[in-house]
Design a protein. Structure first.
Ligand code: PEP
Ligand code: MG
Length: 393
């Protein structure tokens, strides 16, 4: 995106464990790139979208995003592709920031640096290790700055590598989609034991907590969840989560049940109230109408916010502000299929939500976001670090 004074560039990520209610990511099909090409989406950007928004003012993000939605005309961006609209919408925001000569975060608002949620052990659709739970997250909350929190996260990550190598052999230290290790753990507890041991061996027992993203739709079928070789109903899985929360310093659980299980989320939320944050991702897909339902049923304490689930920045900001007004938290998130784009770091700072999930401290597409946050911290100062304030229990 170019204007007389500004320039903006953005790209759209992709998910492996996508929710069925997400906006549509337009792929070409056919043989090229195994059907995953995006020539149609790119053509939409360069023809339909370009024609519609050329000449509009980039400082009017909401007007441009409204024009994108109207041009698309569907409920799930299936005409233009949410990959096309996400990239354009974010490029508009970057261009507006460039026109003002400042970082994207500062045109969005608050200036609070989020605590990082680092996914250091991968399972589910992000790995081939047979572990049901998709993400095991270390959450360095109790630090005075983002850089100290990230340093602790990185030290724990490398300690974990050594522990995995010792237990399973060095061949087991390969990485999953989000840069976390993917060892062949037999049980959920094996993964949590490794993580707990690496936190204490690195010397951060009191300062670093644990989170999980079950992404439970991916192990739900015919009314049962298959975890650790057992088939559990929602009640059995609830009991398992409660027992895990008793045994480990877990403070956050994302998508503990499948994407239509609003009531089961609510039961778990009540049972773990004031101890564990319950996060909706596939449940709510950054979509205001699904979030309203989750709020009315009390399903979650925080929203996982992914811009490409809905397809424009404005709709994502509306989703965040709906949650913040209702007293809920927000976690801004990357996707398993990421790019080097760093907009989510600025968005997390700008909306002041206090939490960001961007994978392990490893692989350029993940570290790009953490490095951007280090840069923003050098601008705003360590006191802008949110610490534990974003967590809503
Ligand atoms: C997630 O489920 O939170 C996630 C980041 O994975 P994906 O991008 O595969 O949906
Ligand atoms: Mg998720």
């Amino acid at each position: 995106m170019r204007t007389e004074k500004g320039f903006g560039r953005a790209s759209s990520p992709s998910g492996a464990s996508t929710g069925v209610h997400e906006a549509l990511e337009l792929r070409d099909g056919g043989a090229r790139y195994g059907g995953k090409g995006v020539l149609f989406a790119v053509k939409n950007v360069n023809s339909l979208i370009s024609k519609r928004i050329s000449g509009m003012d980039v400082s009017g993000q909401a007007e441009i995003d409204r024009a994108l939605c109207e041009l698309d005309g569907t409920s799930n961006k299936s005409r233009l592709g949410a990959n096309a609209t996400t990239a354009v919408s974010l490029a508009v925001a970057q261009c507006a920031a460039s026109e003002r000569g400042c970082g994207l975060h500062s045109i969005l608002g608050k200036g609070k640096i989020p605590a990082p949620m680092l996914n250091v052990l991968n399972g589910g659709k992000h790995a081939g290790n047979g572990v049901a739970i998709q993400e095991f997250i270390i959450y360095p909350l109790n630090f005075n700055s983002f850089s100290e929190a990230l340093c602790a996260g990185s030290e724990i990550y490398h300690t974990l590598r050594a522990l995995i190598s010792k237990k399973y052999g060095s061949a087991a230290t390969g990485l999953g989609d989000e840069g976390g290790f993917a060892p062949p753990c037999k049980k959920t507890e094996d993964a949590l034991d490794l993580i707990e041991a690496s936190i204490s061996e690195a010397g951060y027992q009191k300062k670093v907590k644990i989170g999980i993203d079950a992404a439970a739709s991916s192990f739900f079928s015919s009314g049962k969840y298959t975890v650790d070789g057992k088939k559990l109903d929602a009640k059995g899985l609830t009991d398992k989560y409660i027992s895990l929360a008793k045994s480990y310093p877990i403070v956050s659980m994302e998508d503990p049940f499948h994407e239509e299980a609003f009531e089961d989320f609510a039961i778990l939320r009540k049972k773990l109230a004031r101890r564990v944050q319950i996060v909706g991702d596939d449940l709510t897909v950054t979509n205001v109408s699904r979030i309203k339902k989750a709020i009315s049923v009390n399903s979650m304490s925080s929203l996982l916010l992914k811009v490409n689930q809905i397809g424009t920045l404005t709709e994502s900001l509306q989703a965040a502000s709906l949650c913040q007004r209702a007293g809920l938290g927000v976690v801004v998130s990357h996707r398993s299929g990421e790019t080097e784009d760093t907009a989510i770091a600025d968005i997390a700072v700008g909306i002041g939500c206090g939490q960001i999930k961007s994978g392990a401290p490893c692989r350029g597409e993940r570290t790009a976001k953490y490095n951007r946050l280090l840069l923003i911290e050098s601008e705003l100062g360590p006191r802008s670090f949110a610490g534990a304030s974003g967590l809503v229990l």
